[in-house]
Ligand binder design. Structure first.
Ligand code: PMP
Ligand code: GLN
Length: 394
């Protein structure tokens, strides 16, 4: 087999290329995972479990395949799964969505976000984002000619500053994107934040997009403040989630979006030309599993144990943990160790100490950020132990 480097730069393009995203490089998650592999470092960078999903889920996919569910699913998704999602949402958050017209299954949350943003963002529209923010929002907004407007969640507590939100609002504000629980900080929006949001959007035409992929990874008895819980908010919301986080299946790329029929009719129009439809056997399996355990009832405890183990194992280190209310990410303040930038220290941690993390500045556009790195604790206990052993020596 040829080495990858031998394949590089073999072809010359005969057409000039003007990038639509000139300042966007390879995703930080790919970069750090590649570096981790190159240096054989313990990979706590990209967010994915290093343990397997329930074998019964794999068996359910295999069974669906054996039973012949191998062709296109209905474009908006397998109906049994959409029914399962609607039932789950009703049970957990209250509202009853119509599985036929108000729920779609997407190729991960990424494609759900892509379809939703491209559906609604028009040239010149302002989309309010809270930074640090997940890396897929800004490129999609720009591809649609929209303008991201950033409100900072500031180190070290990353709470929403509502005065700043009010100052950032203009007549062009078309969308506010809310990600809770929040990647990368682990912060969660409070009921008071939701009340503030209600008062801000009341009487406007602002659409809300909820990225709630970590809805089932919530710690210390907190309540997930979904946009779906609030009647006036959900009436103007498309909420996106992902089975990847909930079922330890990030590689299957199955997610979903839901919202009022008038909004979803438009999102569905776009969705059919993004992926048209999603892997049928996985949808069949998730339909069964969502029905069986709509609230993923043991997941929060499972990850809370991992968060606490990681905190306990690193307690003797010079890294200082920041509060983590949800998600499977732990921020660590490294200011007692060095004055390097987060990118420099993240690189050095891989090369010299064999532990990969994510520099939080990769999620920042305007804010300067703080001296923090993000560590993913969706890992086997022995992986966390091995990583912590290295971190305490730094
Ligand atoms: N939003 C957030 C906040 C995420 O962390 C992720 C993935 N880690 C996604 C969206 C994308 O989810 P998916 O892998 O289902 O596309
Ligand atoms: N969302 C995951 C993270 O934050 C990674 C997803 C990706 O690699 N695009 O690490």
């Amino acid at each position: 087999m040829r080495a990858v480097s031998e394949w590089r730069n073999l072809m010359t393009s005969a057409v000039p290329v003007t990038s639509k995203l000139p300042d966007i490089g390879v995703s930080i998650f790919s970069v750090m995972t590649r570096l981790a592999n190159e240096h054989k470092a313990i990979n706590l960078s990209q967010g994915f479990p290093d343990f397997d999903c329930d074998p019964a889920l794999v068996e359910a996919v295999a069974k669906a395949m054996r039973e012949g569910h191998n062709q296109y699913a209905p474009m908006p998704g397998v109906l049994a799964l959409r029914e399962g999602i609607a039932a789950k949402v009703e049970q957990l958050y209250g509202p009853r969505y119509d599985p036929v017209t108000e729920v779609i299954v997407t190729s991960g949350a990424t494609a759900g976000l892509y379809a939703t943003l491209t559906t609604f963002v028009r040239p010149g529209d302002e989309v309010m984002l809270f930074e640090p923010c997940y890396d897929s929002y800004v490129p999609v907004i720009r591809l649609s000619g929209g303008v991201p407007v950033f409100v900072s969640l500031r180190y070290p507590d990353y709470t929403v500053n509502w005065d700043e939100v009010r100052r950032a609002m203009t007549p062009k504000t078309r969308i506010i994107l809310v990600n809770t629980p929040h990647n990368p900080t682990g912060m969660m929006w409070s009921a008071d934040d939701m009340r503030q949001l209600q008062s801000i959007v009341d009487g406007t035409d602002i659409l809300l997009i909820g990225d709630e992929v970590y809805e089932h990874i919530i710690f210390d008895g907190r309540r997930h403040e979904s946009l779906l819980r609030y009647e006036d908010l959900r009436a103007r919301s498309v909420v996106i989630s992902s089975f990847g986080k909930t079922f330890h299946t990030t590689g299957w790329k199955v997610g979903y979006g839901l919202g009022p029929q008038a909004l979803m009719a438009e999102v569905t129009r776009v969705h059919q030309f993004v992926t048209f439809t999603v892997h049928t056997p996985s949808q069949m399996a998730f339909a069964e599993f969502v029905r069986r355990d709509p609230g993923a009832k043991d997941l929060s405890a499972f990850y809370q144990q991992k968060r606490d183990l990681f905190l306990q194992l690193t307690a003797g280190s010079r890294f200082k943990p920041l509060p983590c209310a949800g998600t499977y990410f732990q921020l660590m303040d490294y200011s007692a160790i060095s004055k390097e930038t987060d990118k420099e220290i993240a690189h050095r941690l891989i090369v010299e100490h064999g532990v990969a993390s994510i520099p939080v500045s990769a999620f920042l556009y305007e804010d300067a950020g703080g001296p923090v790195l993000r560590f993913c604790f969706a890992k086997r206990d022995e992986t966390l132990r091995a990583a912590a052993e290295r971190l305490v020596k730094i």
